[in-house]
Design a protein around this ligand. Structure first.
Ligand code: IPM
Ligand code: MG
Length: 369
């Protein structure tokens, strides 16, 4: 049996609660003889600040690099609002992305049929929705230098963030998007601001070149990022794969997430480049944040975190067929009417985090037999 090395970084807020539900699924997978899962757990975000004074330590980054997959919960909360910018909880996540070279962020937005009525859009607009946002994750305005606030001679302050992209960075993320589109509905929409930003001009140019050179069989369109946001709430099913830079991807993926009924439903994968041995660094996390308002109460929806395990099985552990079954188990649970509070109908009796985790585990069990 293959041994898979997993690193849990549950983090803050609801992170530890939802991560616990993933452990239950892993226990079931081991019992079913799917594989051996060697898990380690470490601190990140506010939890790491409390213990070590920094949001992620060098030792944790090393563990993350050595793992087959990192399962990340969420970071941040009001408790750490006062820590200095360089050491804020989010900096731990950003360092992991950068140091592990996780340039490709896959954020699928799938509307489960049973949840079409939970969306803020009309059910017919979102029913059957299945889009994939491919967000560039290690470049752009998140990391560009200079990044600073300076005081000018006249006493005013001036803040600068820098949006930078090289042809190489655009080329590699475009290829990820085209490859994934080939396995789906074969269409890529590249969202950029080529009407205002130089980085948008280069983005469009490079995506067009990569397409012509190696992916002419895939349908490609360019869409202005603001228009893309509008189209996402107008007619989201026109999209298959959307590829965009780091900041636009942050914004568009939150909008896409909400189409599916709840931010609590969306998993994500952050992948590095493949090395010569075919191995790549990978981190899996729910798109939702730490939700301090409900943390510790056992109310959080664990499906995004469980879905993130599904993506780890698919993209890092070579267990795509098990991932399919896990997706089916989630579908079955939702079809049976089970809901956590965020996706419950008004007045419906909602399940807690652990009950939802148990429901998915129990639904998965017969599918593994
Ligand atoms: C996300 C989050 C992060 C980001 C934060 C927590 C730094 O919003 O993963 O979308 O902005 O990338
Ligand atoms: Mg975000």
């Amino acid at each position: 049996m293959t041994t898979h090395k997993l690193l849990f970084l549950p983090g803050d807020g609801i992170g530890p609660e939802v991560a616990r539900e993933v452990s239950k699924i892993l226990t079931l997978l081991s019992e079913a003889g799917i594989g051996t899962f060697e898990t380690e757990e470490d601190l990140v975000g506010g939890a790491a600040i409390d213990a070590h004074g920094v949001p992620v330590t060098d030792a944790t980054v090393k563990l993350a690099r050595e793992a087959d997959a990192v399962l990340f919960g969420s970071v941040g909360g009001p408790k750490w609002a006062g820590v200095r910018y360089e050491h804020r909880p989010e900096a731990g996540l950003l360092r992991l992305r950068k140091d592990l070279g996780l340039f490709a962020n896959l954020r699928p937005a799938i509307c489960y049929p049973a949840l079409a009525s939970s969306s803020s859009l009309k059910p017919e607009l979102v029913e059957g929705l299945d889009i994939l946002i491919v967000r560039e994750l290690t470049g752009g305005v998140y990391f560009g230098e200079p990044k600073e606030i300076v005081t000018l001679d006249n006493g005013e302050k001036r803040a600068v963030d820098t949006q930078i992209y090289t042809t190489g960075e655009i080329d590699r993320i475009a290829r990820v998007a085209f490859e994934l589109a080939r396995k789906r509905r074969n269409k890529v929409s590249s969202a950029e601001k080529h009407n205002v930003m130089k980085s948008g001009v280069l983005w469009k140019e490079v995506v067009t070149q990569v397409h012509a050179a190696d992916y002419a069989d895939v349908e490609l369109e360019h869409v202005l990022a603001d228009n893309c946001a509008m189209q996402l709430v107008r007619r989201p099913k026109q999209y298959d794969v959307i590829v965009c830079d780091n900041l636009f991807g942050d914004i568009l993926s939150d909008a896409a997430a909400m189409l599916t009924g709840s931010l609590g439903m969306l998993p994500s994968a952050s992948l590095g480049a493949e090395d010569a041995a075919g191995r790549r660094a990978a981190l899996y996390e729910p798109v939702h944040g730490s939700a301090p308002d409900i943390a510790g109460q056992g109310l959080a929806n664990p499906l995004a975190m469980i879905g993130s395990l599904g993506m780890a099985l698919r993209y890092s552990l070579g267990l795509g067929d098990v991932a399919d079954r896990l997706d089916q188990a989630i579908t079955n649970v939702l079809d049976s009417g089970s809901r956590t509070r965020d996706i419950a109908a008004p007045g419906q009796n909602a399940l807690g985090t652990a009950e939802m985790g148990n429901a998915v585990r129990d639904a998965l069990k017969p599918l593994l037999a």
